[in-house]
Design a protein around this ligand. Structure first.
Ligand SMILES: *Cc1c(COP(=O)(O)O)cnc(C)c1O
Length: 365
């Protein structure tokens, strides 16, 4: 009997039987372009600031941390702008935990959450973990989602929660604000919480508006962000949201006591205070992202327009074989299981060059 069969003998919840955990492969290869991390390391001045802030916490580590993480919420509000203050902010250990808390508070048994695949693969997993039904909406042939189509589908399904991912993972493309507005209105009848997951917002093309500008007067709208991508802090686990203050109050009902450690709070506050330097590589990453789109087009492939730090591209006869051949060259990208397509993270110039020349050679052979 293997471990999976032994798991089946445990008194697991029926709705979790047969499910598989989130599992982007973590392989030990030189060039990791598979999970959209910021491949530039943490800059020296940010490292020093984080180290000093964490050191200052050690003295009080016998005590529980500030349960309200007030300083962190103030720093996050200052970073986001848009007239937000600490009462509009909430944070947890990665935006995945923020999303889970939203499902705990607003979803659950007998309720539903809706997403529009292909989209972030965690949405259905977070739904199943919280006993929330998941409804898969439809996109157009080119993976775009229009305001009219999204609103019609939300009206028909009447979900309790909608996930809009902008820029969308894995396609990379940002949604227009008219989609968010239309979905919010369509969700009025079911009192639907509308989450705009802006994990990649900092990489959007200049002039791309954020759903933060729609928060005023929309108490069921939630914009989630993360320090895992642009801030190069995936290992620190800090995600956050902006919404009406009463949304944060709802999450206070489901969060674990002291869920954000003093070390996490100190790290995130120090990082936000050195955000100029932490975000300095975002422009360089955008250059590599645009370069990937141009060069893949020249290779006869079909990259989707990207406002993120990754590119989703089609036109491959056998994507898994290409994925394997790149891996053999020491370049790990992502096979998201969509026919004809792969996804690659924009890395440093050297990493991007390794990916592009590897791919060129594979396609030529
Ligand atoms: C990477 C990513 C996140 C970030 O998750 P964290 O838990 O903050 O690391 C959230 N949403 C999407 C769509 C992502 O791709």
């Amino acid at each position: 009997m293997d471990q999976f069969e032994r798991l089946g003998q445990l008194p697991l919840r029926d709705d979790l039987r047969g499910l598989h955990p989130y599992g982007a492969p973590q392989l030990d290869v030189p060039i990791l372009l598979n999970v959209n991390e910021n491949t530039f390391g943490v800059p020296a001045d940010a490292k020093e600031a984080i180290l000093a802030a964490v050191a200052a916490e050690l003295e009080g580590l016998n005590r529980y941390p500030d349960r309200e993480f007030t300083t962190l919420r103030q720093e996050l509000a200052a970073y986001l702008g848009h007239g937000l203050n600490e009462d509009n902010l909430w944070a947890a250990n990665g935006s995945n935990e923020v999303l889970q808390q939203i499902l705990q508070a607003f979803g659950g048994p007998g309720r539903t959450a809706m997403g529009f695949p292909p989209t972030y693969s965690m949405y259905p997993l977070l739904a199943s973990g919280t006993g929330t039904g998941y409804i898969a909406g439809l996109r157009d042939q080119d993976y775009s989602l229009s305001a009219a189509s999204a609103a019609e589908q939300v009206s028909a399904a009447a979900p309790n929660i909608v996930f809009l991912c902008s820029p969308n993972n894995p396609t990379g493309t940002a949604l227009g604000l008219e989609v968010v507005e239309a979905v919010y209105e369509a969700g009025e009848a079911s009192r639907c919480i509308v989450i705009v997951d802006e994990a990649y917002a900092e990489f959007a093309h200049t002039g791309t508006p954020s759903a933060l500008s729609l928060l005023e007067g929309r108490p069921r709208l939630v914009v989630s962000r993360t320090m895992s991508k642009a801030f190069a802090l995936a290992g620190a686990r800090l995600g956050y949201l902006a919404a009406a203050p009463e949304v944060a109050d709802a999450l206070r009902l489901v969060r674990l006591p002291y869920h954000l450690s003093a070390i996490t709070q100190a790290t995130a506050v120090a990082a936000l205070r050195t955000s100029t330097s932490l975000l300095a590589n975002v422009e360089a990453i955008k250059v590599q992202r645009d370069r990937i789109v141009t060069e893949l087009t020249n290779l006869g492939l079909t990259p989707a327009p990207s406002d993120s730090n990754f590119v989703f591209f089609g036109g491959l006869e056998n994507p898994h074989a290409v994925w394997e051949a790149l891996l053999a060259e020491g370049v790990l990208i992502r096979d998201v299981g969509i026919p004809g397509h792969l996804r690659v993270t924009a890395g440093t110039e050297a990493e991007t060059t390794a990916f592009l020349s590897g791919l060129r050679a594979i396609l030529a052979s």
